[in-house]
Design a protein around this ligand. Structure first.
Ligand code: UTP
Length: 409
């Protein structure tokens, strides 16, 4: 059977024959491209749309204590020495998650290209490179830096970073890779069409990094280069300290296979996921799942028991992460506005959510790992996410925080 026939059979089996609605209008090349896209899609994710909420919505929730600021401060020298040693030995690499669509920021360009500067350029990507360069300067060697993009922003991201001369970083130590894509569906579970010859797809969430790296052969590269720890971080937080020796050292000395930088919530209702134990395993409970009862629960110090919000700054032990990466991870369903075509082939730009995207979340990996250490950091010094144009977690708030930390804009 040729590829086109196989694709047609696959669509029939997945009850997605409507994908072929405009088949007769497509050229030979367009049919080939659609067949190839169909063969690359895992339609089993669509079953998740029928199954309802992700598995993470259930389970007994208990608090997971964090390594709090006072303790970090007391042990700082010991942690820092251990972290510096690991970094100097090249055992730690950095992975930047830049595959997101940044829809809330409202720009079609990759989020990292956003310029926060007022009198000079301060691009979001630039912050990550500069923070890493400062650590490289301190340890006297380059740090391996991997950047995850998606099909949608890969070209623009690479072109921009090249044009900026890698912000002074040695390009030999920078590797780009693209994350996997997942199909987008309408509320009845039918895949949406981006055009007559193409299914609408979206990046498969920030939890896609590990298997995407494996597919690109990059975990082997890490092994070859003697890397043992992966510092995975999001593009948004322009105050993130990446490959921070204290954080690295605290993790190494804890015996945990993962860790995450956490900040004290600004107020109990803040929209942040918090660390907890779910059925005895480390997990993140999203603010939407935090019941009033949990929100009001106190620990033995009389403080809120679920008070440490996670930032997208994690350390994973490579060997331990590899052992669990092919496990069954929950798919999270997000209702989104998805540009598509209708049954008549006319373009639709929705004002309201019209479909579902499927995403893997990075924190779901935590529960599979042997032990997770939440490490508290000073919020005003290390947490300035850029999610929106204005208001909470915005360009405005990030600019203010950068200036407060002495970074001129
Ligand atoms: P967010 O959850 O803020 O998503 O990503 P986003 O796509 O950037 O922004 P919105 O929701 O559309 O406004 C947190 C981090 O995870 C990365 C983002 O690039 C960011 O660093 N991410 C997210 C990926 O790398 N891939 C994805 O599929 C989703």
């Amino acid at each position: 059977m040729d590829r086109q026939a196989m694709a047609i059979r696959k669509l029939q089996e997945a009850h997605q024959e409507h994908v072929l609605r405009f088949w007769d209008e497509l050229t030979g090349d367009e049919r080939e491209a659609l067949a190839s896209q169909v063969m690359g899609i895992d339609f089993s994710v669509l079953e998740a749309a029928q199954e309802g909420p992700a598995a993470s919505d259930s389970g007994t929730v208990r608090p997971l204590p964090a390594l709090e600021l006072g303790e970090v401060e007391r042990e700082k020298d010991r942690f820092e020495a251990a972290g510096l040693k690991a970094l100097q030995e090249g055992r730690v690499c950095a992975v930047l998650l830049a595959g997101g669509m940044g829809t809330r920021l409202g720009s079609s360009a990759p989020k990292g290209m956003f310029d926060l500067g007022k009198t000079r350029h301060v691009f979001i990507f630039q912050r990550a490179f500069e923070v890493l360069l400062a650590v490289c300067g301190r340890i006297g060697r380059p740090i391996r830096f991997f950047i995850m993009t998606s099909e949608l922003n890969d070209k623009a991201t690479r072109a921009f970073i090249e044009e900026q001369n890698y912000f002074g970083y040695d390009p030999a130590y920078v590797t780009f890779f693209t994350q996997d894509m997942a199909p987008a569906v309408d509320f009845a579970g039918h895949v949406l069409m981006e055009s007559k010859g193409r299914i609408a797809t979206a990046p498969n969430g920030n939890g896609g990094w590990l298997t995407s790296m494996a597919r690109a052969g990059l975990l082997e590269v890490m092994h070859r280069e003697g890397i043992e720890w992966i510092n995975v971080f999001g593009v948004d937080n322009v105050l993130a300290r990446i490959c921070d020796p204290v954080f690295v050292g605290a993790t190494l000395l804890s015996g945990c296979a993962t860790s995450v930088k956490v900040v004290r919530k600004a107020f109990p209702e803040e929209k942040m996921g918090v660390m907890c134990l779910k059925d005895g395993r480390p997990a993140v409970i999203e603010y939407t799942e935090l019941t009033d009862e949990l929100r009001n629960e106190k620990n033995d110090k009389g403080e809120p028991a679920y008070n440490f919000g996670v930032t997208v700054n994690y350390l994973f032990h490579l060997g331990e992460a590899e052992k669990v990466m092919n496990g069954n991870f929950a798919l999270h369903l997000a209702r989104k506005k998805i540009p598509c075509i209708d049954a008549a082939g006319c373009p639709v730009t929705p004002d309201e959510p019209n479909g579902i995207k499927f995403e893997l979340f990075i924190f779901d990996l935590l529960s599979q790992m042997p032990g997770c250490l939440p490490v508290e950091v000073v919020r005003e010094q290390e947490f300035a996410p850029v999610k929106n144009r204005t208001g909470v977690d915005s360009v405005e708030s990030a600019r203010r925080l950068l200036e407060l930390n002495g970074i001129s804009l």
